[in-house]
Write a protein that binds this ligand. Structure first.
Ligand SMILES: CCCCCCc1ccc(S(N)(=O)=O)cc1
Ligand SMILES: [Zn+2]
Length: 260
């Protein structure tokens, strides 16, 4: 693994990340396997509140690890708050993790069971920090909403129809007027725990909020995500982008709390 090059292959994948990112073996790494019966129900955990109605999506990009939709985060136009969060956190981007086929692909698992894919809505604490980069390495800097994805989804076509425009690593295209609220399941009951980024630099800066109810996407829609490639247009080999998920990490004594 040269420099900060990392991936999901045999030589540069999750088991090799601790060489360049020793925090990979830290005490609050993500994802984890969630055991619902061992989660502590906390009546003080209020509902998650999403104010996305004035969000401004900017572009959709293939960053060589996933497909990412970026948002304007210069003010509090789209924030998540409530639940375990002490402040509103600004929506910065969302991206996905998925498998090669069948039911593997999510990062978090529930009693050892994985879903076909997982959506991450990434937010940062702009009350305490000046930039996303600064928040991304602070213990209470980020809040990521994780949504499992399993069978057909009506709104997802807006994403999958745009995937052909970002087939190659490094491609970016405009993607305006998309409100990610349409990607969310009806109930936002959740598990929450203190964890990390699931890709390098693996900073232990994330308050994870994992929604219990999966959203529905079809195998056909998932297939469109697999038309992306990890490699740039100029490179000769075409490595299909799939299995871009990190396996569950040790809990190391952490408590997972459950909303009602
Ligand atoms: C200082 C730069 C940090 C960039 C961090 C980019 C990033 C955001 C979210 C996730 S995830 N999969 O935990 O939601 C992983 C990586
Ligand atoms: Zn992610």
């Amino acid at each position: 693994m040269t420099g900060n090059q990392w991936g999901y292959g045999k030589d540069d994948g999750p088991s090799a990340w601790n060489k360049n990112y020793p925090v990979a073996d830290g005490d609050r790494q993500s994802p984890i396997d969630i055991l619902p019966h061992q989660a502590r129900h906390d009546p003080n955990l209020g509902p998650i509140v999403l104010n996305y109605d004035r969000c401004t999506s900017i572009n959709i990009a293939n960053n060589g690890h996933s497909v990412v939709v970026e948002f304007e985060d210069s003010d509090d136009r789209s924030v998540i708050q409530g639940g375990p969060l002490d402040n509103p956190y600004r929506l910065k981007q969302f991206h996905f993790h998925w498998g090669g086929k069948g039911c593997h692909g999510s990062e978090h698992t529930v009693e050892g069971n994985s879903y076909a894919s997982e959506l991450h809505l990434v937010h940062w604490n702009a009350v305490k920090f000046k930039t996303f980069g600064e928040a991304a390495s602070a213990p209470d800097g980020l809040a990521v909403l994780g949504i499992f994805r399993s069978d057909e989804h009506r709104w997802l076509h807006m994403i999958t129809d745009a995937l052909y425009t970002v087939k190659f690593k490094g491609s970016v295209t405009d993607f305006k007027g998309f409100n990610p609220k349409c990607l969310l399941p009806s109930s936002l009951h959740y598990w929450t725990y203190l964890g990390s980024l699931t890709t390098p630099p693996l900073h232990e800066s994330v308050t994870w909020i994992v929604v219990k109810e999966p959203m529905i996407v079809s195998e056909k829609q998932l297939g469109k995500f697999r038309t992306l490639v990890f490699t740039g247009e100029e490179e000769d080999e075409r490595t299909r982008m799939e299995n871009n998920f990190r396996p569950p990490q040790l809990l190391k004594g952490r408590t997972v709390r459950s909303s009602n």
